[in-house]
Design a protein around this ligand. Structure first.
Ligand SMILES: *Cc1c(COP(=O)(O)O)cnc(C)c1O
Length: 450
């Protein structure tokens, strides 16, 4: 029997605790229950369609109900839904590992599966830590960047830097060094971008010079920090970070969870600056946005350190029950095949241009301080005072209100602080890109007044 929308909403209010959500407000807010998806669009239980402006929290790649992925998952269900990688192997996880290595930055040779971005980061941190242990060195520290986000498990939070999310848990976290992130908009006003970049690199080098021997690795989101509000770094910063890691012998862990699989216009953001990490984390777009699957990719150098007789106990003692899930892996394989077959990345370049041009008129709005775009990752920074660069107080919930209003324009958005985030599926059509940009402009105008 088809349950009514009202009934579903009341059950949701009664039983579901939503992530990153003030549940007191949730219970009084209008709830939208998604029932179906098609391409870049979502349908709610009242039959109303909305443009998915955030790719269902940054995961949808080709679109919802992608024919080829649907087919691949159904086919796999006809074979087996789950089988373990502890003591056994399975076909999709083998084939996917091969594909991932083919498309990833050179040097990465091994794939360790898990099921979320946060777990892929936990694994990278533990791999790096044990690597040094196996080498006979004790290196308990990691370097992170200010305002980093790597997920919500305790290890990932330890290397995160978003005050509002992370401060409450500070007693539970392991210690880290924090290096400054060269945010291209929130920078000292008397610094040029280049001076700012060099300042941040110098600070990082200072730290490495003193502490490198105690540091297992440095973890970074490449080119752009997602969750801190689409915080782009100046070109060349990532390369600079890589060079410093090499110079001081510290492992480079790149978190491509948000940026991977075409998001920035290349398969991985690392490619923009020809960076070759020691460990790379992927999740979100890996399965095209279908199923929870993640992977940590490692170099042979790291892998080999773990080899030995059973009795030496050099094993990487880590695993998750659903590691290498065949359904997830088959969805990922189908998604990656599409990238090749449909030349997704080539076609994306024009769409990125379209999005950029469509957003140009927003620059003139008096409360839009900055529009940061890296491929199909966009952050529109709302400010109280544009000339003086004064942010809105978070309590004013400006970006939240803008995203709320966008729903009346049939667009789904979710903000980060004062930043309105646009992350449409790569498969979005041109007319929908224009629709999205226009709806966002209307919403900002309506809420900020001008
Ligand atoms: C979303 C995100 C994560 C966490 O991924 P989950 O699947 O939510 O655990 C980690 N790193 C980055 C850069 C992310 O954007």
């Amino acid at each position: 029997m088809r349950k009514t929308t009202q009934y579903l909403k009341s059950l949701d209010r009664k039983h579901v605790w939503h992530p990153f959500t003030q549940m007191k407000e949730w219970t009084s807010d209008e709830i939208l229950v998604v029932e179906e998806g098609r391409g870049a669009w979502l349908k709610d239980t009242d039959g109303k369609w909305y443009l998915d402006g955030i790719s269902s929290l940054w995961v949808t790649v080709h679109g919802h109900r992608c024919k080829e992925i649907d087919k691949a998952v159904k086919k796999q269900i006809g074979q087996i839904a789950h089988s373990t990688l502890l003591g056994l192997a399975n076909i999709p996880s083998i084939l996917l590992a091969k594909r991932l290595i083919e498309i990833s930055p050179r040097g990465l040779k091994k794939v360790f599966y898990s099921d979320a971005g946060a777990t892929s980061v936990e694994i990278a941190l533990k791999m790096a830590h044990q690597y040094w242990h196996l080498k006979g060195e004790n290196r308990p520290w990691f370097i992170k960047f200010s305002d980093a986000y790597h997920g919500d498990t305790i290890g990932s939070v330890s290397v995160g830097g978003i005050k509002m999310f992370h401060d409450i848990f500070s007693d539970l976290l392991f210690k880290t060094y924090r290096a400054p992130w060269p945010h291209t908009y929130w920078k000292p006003r008397n610094y040029s971008l280049n001076q700012w970049k060099n300042y941040c690199l110098t600070q990082l080098e200072e730290l490495l010079r003193k502490k490198a021997k105690t540091i297992a690795g440095l973890i970074t989101e490449p080119l752009i920090q997602g969750a801190s509000g689409m915080a782009t770094a100046p070109a060349g910063f990532l390369k600079g970070v890589e060079q410093l890691c090499r110079k001081y012998g510290v492992l480079l862990i790149v978190d491509e969870v948000a940026t991977g699989f075409g998001r920035t216009g290349k398969m991985f953001a690392c490619e923009w600056e020809h960076v070759r990490p020691d460990l790379m984390c992927v999740a979100k777009g890996l399965t095209g946005g279908y199923l929870p699957l993640a992977a940590t990719l490692a170099t042979d150098k790291i892998f080999r350190a773990y080899l030995g007789k059973y009795s030496e106990f050099k094993t990487f003692f880590h695993g998750h029950t659903y590691t290498g899930n065949p359904l997830g892996c088959s969805a990922a394989l189908a998604s990656l095949n599409l990238f090749k077959k449909k030349r997704i990345l080539e076609k994306l370049q024009k769409k990125i241009q379209t999005l950029q041009s469509a957003l140009l008129p927003l620059k003139d709005l008096s409360h839009v301080g900055d529009i940061r775009q890296k491929g199909f990752m966009v952050g529109i920074e709302l400010v109280e005072n544009k000339e003086k660069q004064v942010p809105f107080l978070l309590e004013e919930k400006m970006a939240i209100k803008v995203c709320r209003f966008a729903r009346t324009q049939n667009v789904i958005l979710r903000p980060l602080g004062n930043v309105v985030v646009l992350m449409p599926p790569l498969g979005i059509e041109k007319k929908d890109i224009l629709y999205l940009a226009n709806a966002v402009r209307e919403s900002i105008l309506k809420i900020t007044g001008n």
